[in-house]
Design a protein around this ligand. Structure first.
Ligand code: GUN
Ligand code: ZN
Length: 436
């Protein structure tokens, strides 16, 4: 069978290492006039146009994105696809927001048709925003995982999802139990993990909605399937912290609850971590676990300001990805999320560089999820999931762009003013799936 080629020319940017740790010079690659060639969904060559063009197979047409930025597709490291319909629900902080909006919304997904409809809307929205992989909660119902992963399988998107495990402190219609959550999750792992580009995450919602028996079940499941992910929340809101202390008085900290059940390790990712203490940061570092920084959500729910500088401290760095946390987050756009991350950092007297923001949204997410051998960068051998960005998407961006003098400036304009309007095209495994 004939190979499928894609060739993209423009300003190509990607990461080969973590700029927080090794500095921009060693981590960041930029080809101002670059060419990328992919064959059958895998990147084969990337570099300066003048150097790479000779490798272009005859007859393959180049898509020339002049004045555009070509980046690895964005990775949304924490999102709830089932909460897509409830973005912008007014007026509450975490616990009330869960009880008054979230637990109502998630019950609507009990209808498999509603789950399929939401999966389609969600994937369209990811692609419109240049997000090619997401690490997502489903709802408690196993069919909500099937609905999403059937949709992403059809679209050939790399997706990691899991059924919520939740056996207390939520409405009865949303509860499973330790045994059924174990069995249902196991069945979903066997069905989906590693099928095409679909992967599975064991997903206890957060410590307050799981009994010790359920956390033990999650732990047992991860022992059986160490190759899958673990996905939960930690240390988002101060009332939540106090509640965890009440429910688990014998544990030293919030993270320690998960750690007690051996749920903190490589391929485990916890959303938020806004109020983590030094011992918890150290544990995350030692276990090679990850945090998803979700600034639009943290600001929307008034949760607090994530200590990014502390998380990336050179003597004990923690893996950090960037997440939208829809429906508490307020935008699907990872560019809008970078904008908020910059401001949150400012409030902690830390200046987040544009290059570092782009790292968090691409290779940082991929490393956090242990999928950096597959996605998150444009180095040859990786899957050709790509976003093409227009830094002049609006009149005012165009005016601003007349004043830039470096690639860092361009990326900062994108990460401050950019949103879905700046997404010119999105490629999934070398095929354009969004954009003209
Ligand atoms: N903690 C437990 N569940 C949730 C959720 O659905 N959203 C957020 N932001 N935090 C949570
Ligand atoms: Zn969340």
């Amino acid at each position: 069978e004939a190979q499928h080629f894609a060739a993209l020319r423009g300003t190509i940017v990607y990461f080969i290492d973590d700029p927080f740790l090794v500095g921009k010079e060693k981590a960041f690659v930029c080809h101002e006039d670059g060419l990328l060639i992919a064959a059958d969904g895998i990147i084969k060559a990337v570099g300066p146009y003048v150097k790479i063009k000779s490798q272009l197979p005859v007859g393959v047409e180049i898509e020339h994105y002049e004045g555009h930025i070509i980046s690895a597709g964005f990775i949304d490291s924490h999102v709830h696809y089932v909460q897509t319909g409830m973005i912008g629900s007014y007026g509450e902080q975490l616990i009330d927001w869960l009880n008054n909006y979230t637990f109502i919304e998630e019950q609507k997904l009990k209808d498999p048709a509603a789950a399929r409809e939401m999966s389609s809307v969600f994937c369209d929205e990811l692609l419109r925003n240049g997000t090619t992989t997401a690490f997502t909660f489903a709802a408690v119902y196993p069919h909500t995982v099937d609905a999403l992963l059937e949709e992403t399988e059809r679209r050939n998107m790399r997706m990691i999802a899991g059924k919520i495990m939740m056996d207390r402190n939520a409405p009865a219609a949303l509860l499973d139990d330790a045994q059924s959550s174990y069995e249902d999750s196991k069945e979903l792992i066997q069905k989906w993990n590693g099928r095409g580009r679909q992967q599975y995450a064991i997903t206890p919602r957060f410590a307050p909605t799981s009994t010790p028996a359920q956390l033990e079940a999650a732990s047992a499941l991860w022992r059986e399937y160490p190759e899958v992910h673990v996905h939960s929340h930690v240390s988002e809101n101060l009332d939540e912290l106090a509640w965890v202390k009440e429910l688990f008085p014998e544990h030293a900290s919030y993270l320690d609850v998960y750690d007690h059940y051996n749920l903190v390790g490589r391929r485990s990712l916890y959303a938020h971590g806004v109020h983590l203490n030094e011992a918890e940061m150290r544990t995350l570092h030692e276990r090679e676990a990850a945090i998803a920084h979700c600034p639009t959500s943290n600001n929307f729910l008034g949760s607090g300001h994530f200590p990014l500088r502390e998380a990336k401290r050179l003597d004990r760095p923690v893996h950090v990805g960037l997440g939208t946390d829809i429906g508490a987050g307020t935008s699907f756009s990872m560019l809008a999320t970078m904008n908020e991350a910059y401001k949150v950092a400012q409030l902690r007297s830390y200046s987040l560089q544009a290059v570092n923001s782009f790292f968090l949204a691409t290779l940082g997410g991929a490393r956090s999820l242990d999928i950096d051998d597959k996605v998150g960068t444009l180095a040859p051998g990786h899957e050709a999931d790509i976003v093409v960005l227009n830094p002049r998407a609006t009149k005012i961006m165009d005016v601003r762009m007349q004043r830039v003098s470096s690639i860092e400036d361009v990326l900062f304009v994108l990460g401050t003013m950019g949103d879905d309007r700046s997404v010119k095209a999105t490629y999934i495994a070398g095929k354009k799936t969004y954009g003209a």
